[in-house]
Design a protein around this ligand. Structure first.
Ligand code: ATP
Ligand code: MG
Length: 721
């Protein structure tokens, strides 16, 4: 068993634990996934269990594939009987096998969340529910949240008529799904849970079958998933969970780190094994990660070390603009590639999907192959396609496919029947759908008028403004702004992407002589299709930090390290606060094996406007001696040391009185845009705008904690930093 030889004593102990439930609590890169796969190989090759007796759960399909691959390099096995997959995948498999007991047709269909919403709307219409009072999305979230807590309609507590009505809709929705033989995502989990809960024979069958249940990334399991695991684990089988509380990054989807403590109690875990040696990264990278995560308040606590040498310092780059930041990253990637590092050994990580656009653009221009991983390339995203569809239709009314894409998106009450009739008319008269639409009355006419008005309104406008007009009047922005609950986070991303489209257009106009809409659309079509690298081509990885969990690369770039971006401004409001953002940053740093770049930009385009952000606090939490500044720390706003903040008596310039009278105007005030400042009440921030002069000078400051505020200088206590 060669595969055991490289393990350290703790890993070895974990891999060869006797059959008992166990929790391996260990930091990033300490070999958790390796231990879990090696344990499977060890159990099988020592004859303790056949592949048939193993159930292994991981977080993504990609991780499951990776696990199978690692396993098959350790020992040749027939994996047919092995159950390895995601929670959803495994529940699906079980429900198919026992569809009768689960009261489902064998061919039950799975609804994705858009389908689910459509089904719900259809139902609410039949039930005559006022969708202003009960927005379908809110009902959808209500249903999913209840299910993920393991609750059916009749189990939800109701204290008021409003909730009672929601519960009625929930019940009717479940009946409709049952009638039609369809299952939504959370239903997969709940139905499978109930199947096992209610059916003792079946439960005992699986408990006897799966001698060993193994879970990777346990810190991100939610309530229902945990309960499901509990049902599958009986008297005689064992649950082996590995996880890292410091990498819990799905609290917004109901992940519950508390499950770790519960596990030790519920499963009578004798001792929690800790792995503390990190094998992934050079010491400087690991020290940076450790220093950062120390700032989190509630941690289970562990100490990661490595026997690796210190390696290089972390490279910090401050770019004047986001475009420069992208250019720097691409240059470094090319240089490293010339030095022999495969593109696939490098990754660019970002907090929000919208950030990929500038980087993609720079990569396309430089001809570097890349792959956007775990997400869509910018121009392939749903919301971008919708927005482009409006632009396209405004250009060419007779583009049928485009018309179909948006005729009822955002919903404007044009149903499937009407669309069928339109298609029928178009067919019989041999005209385009647009022509057919013009002959139709009712809501279709409203759509036709909308598009015609957009066409004439945008004809004379510069491209970015034309796009702005269309986003507004198509109601795409409102559509995503109105999302609530779980979907809100996704919608927030979509809104950021739509804003990013305006940036793309602004840049396009700046860079091209032919700045017509048609040429922009051609550009978009090309950027969306051509440059994604083929499967077998060496290509750079681009992904959000969320999708990088569990992966590792020789070189990692973390871009956009700015306050408001990373940590994301949403975290100011969320209950999990900045701690979850810090865990994300911890995940990002610990993906790097040898080289880590941390970059940020002084100014960034957002909604066609330039924004000035402060350097991310996370960067400041890293020990200075681990960093190598590629750009000198020259700009005023970043040149102060952190002690300057905490000093009890900062050199204060009292502006009171100075604004009045003569001499202090926008021109000769000590203030300029992008300057870092400190305010007695609001803390530190950066000046983003200055207005007025002499007596009415006002400055707009983007504060780290409270966001953007206008200040009249007479009353403001501002200190330059
Ligand atoms: P994450 O928290 O990011 O999911 P992890 O704890 O699952 O990380 P692994 O991915 O299993 O860590 O391991 C990290 C790296 O260290 C891998 O390249 C793995 O092969 C290597 N590694 C783990 N244990 C050892 C060991 N004993 N000797 C040499 N290399 C090891
Ligand atoms: Mg792992």
């Amino acid at each position: 068993m060669d595969f055991l030889s490289g393990l350290n004593p703790e890993q070895h102990a974990a891999v060869t634990l006797p059959k008992q439930s166990a929790l391996i609590l260990a930091g990033a890169g300490s070999g958790k996934t390796r231990v879990l796969t090696t344990r499977i190989a060890w159990l099988i090759s020592t004859g303790q269990v056949s592949p048939h007796g193993i159930l292994a759960v991981t977080f993504t399909n990609k991780a499951a594939k990776e696990m199978l691959l690692r396993l098959s390099t350790m020992l040749p096995i027939n994996i047919r009987g092995l159950w390895m997959g995601t929670f959803h995948g495994l529940c699906n498999r079980m429900l198919r096998a026992h569809h009768r007991e689960a009261m489902l047709p064998q061919t039950f269909q799975i609804l994705d969340s858009a389908d689910q919403l459509a089904a719900l709307k259809r139902l609410m219409k039949v039930l005559n529910v006022d969708d202003e009072k009960y927005p379908p999305r809110e009902i959808q979230n209500f249903i999913s949240n209840s299910k993920e807590q393991g609750l059916r309609a009749h189990e939800v507590e109701t204290f008021d008529p409003y909730t009672r009505r929601k519960v009625e809709i929930f019940a009717a929705y479940d009946e409709q799904c049952q009638r039609e033989g369809i299952v939504d995502f959370s239903e997969l989990l709940l139905r499978c849970y109930e199947l096992l809960a209610r059916n003792q024979l079946l439960r005992e069958h699986y408990q006897a079958r799966f001698h060993h249940i193994l879970v990777d990334e346990f810190q991100d399991t939610n309530r229902l998933q945990y309960q499901w695991l509990k049902l599958l684990t009986g008297q005689h089988n064992a649950l082996f969970a590995v996880g890292d509380d410091d990498q819990s990054i799905y609290a917004f989807r109901g992940a519950n780190v508390g499950n770790m403590q519960e596990l030790t109690r519920d499963f009578h875990v004798q001792n929690v094994i800790k792995l503390e040696q990190n094998y992934r990264s050079h010491a400087n990278i690991l020290d940076a990660a450790n220093a950062l995560i120390k700032n989190n308040r509630s941690r289970l606590g562990k100490n990661l070390w490595t026997s690796e040498n210190k390696g290089e310092p972390l490279r910090v780059y401050e770019a004047p603009t986001d475009a420069e930041e992208a250019r720097f990253i691409v240059d470094e990637v090319r240089q490293l590639n010339r030095e022999g590092i495969h593109l696939a050994e490098m990754a660019v990580l970002y907090r929000s999907n919208a950030q990929s656009r500038v980087i993609e653009h720079a990569l396309v221009s430089a001809g570097v192959a890349y792959r956007v991983y775990g997400g869509l390339r910018f121009f392939e995203r749903q919301e971008i396609k919708h927005a482009l569809a409006y632009l396209r239709l405004v250009q060419n009314f007779d583009d049928d496919n485009t018309l179909l894409r948006i005729i009822n998106f955002p919903t404007r009450g044009i149903g499937a029947r009407t669309i069928e009739q339109l298609q029928e008319t178009a067919r019989t008269q041999n005209v385009s759908l647009w022509q057919a639409a013009k002959q139709t009355g009712g809501k279709v006419t409203t759509f036709v008028t909308l598009i015609e008005m957009m066409a004439s309104a945008t004809k004379e406008l510069p491209l970015p403004e034309a796009i702005d007009h269309i986003l507004l009047h198509s109601r795409l922005l409102v559509h995503y702004q109105n999302e609530t609950g779980i979907k809100q986070r996704e919608a927030q991303e979509r809104l950021e992407n739509l804003n990013e489209l305006i940036n793309a257009a602004t840049l396009f106009v700046h860079e091209n002589e032919d700045d017509s809409l048609t040429s922009f659309l051609t550009h978009a079509a090309l950027e969306s299709g051509e440059s994604q690298a083929e499967a077998n081509v060496d290509a750079l990885h681009l992904m959000t930090v969320h999708s990088s969990k569990g992966l590792e690369f020789h070189t990692v770039f973390i871009g956009g390290l700015e306050e408001g971006l990373f940590p994301h401004h949403n975290s100011r409001m969320a209950d999990t606060g900045v701690d979850e953002e810090r865990r994300l940053m911890y995940v990002a740093i610990t993906r790097a094996r040898r080289r880590l770049y941390l970059t940020f930009a002084q100014s960034r385009m957002l909604h066609g406007q330039v924004n000035y952000n402060l350097m991310s606090n996370f960067l400041r939490e890293l020990p200075e001696e681990l960093l190598h500044w590629i750009t000198p720390r020259i700009t005023a706003r970043n040149s102060f040391s952190s002690s300057a903040y905490s000093s009890a008596h900062p050199p204060s310039i009292n502006m009171e009185g100075l604004g009045r009278g003569k001499g202090i105007g926008a021109q000769n005030a000590p203030w300029h845009i992008s300057q870092a400042v400190h305010h007695a009440k609001f803390g530190e921030g950066v000046i983003v705008n200055i207005e007025g002069g002499d007596s009415d000078l006002r400055v707009q400051v983007n504060f780290r904690t409270t966001g953007t505020k206008w200040l009249a200088l007479e009353y403001a206590k501002l200190t330059p930093l």
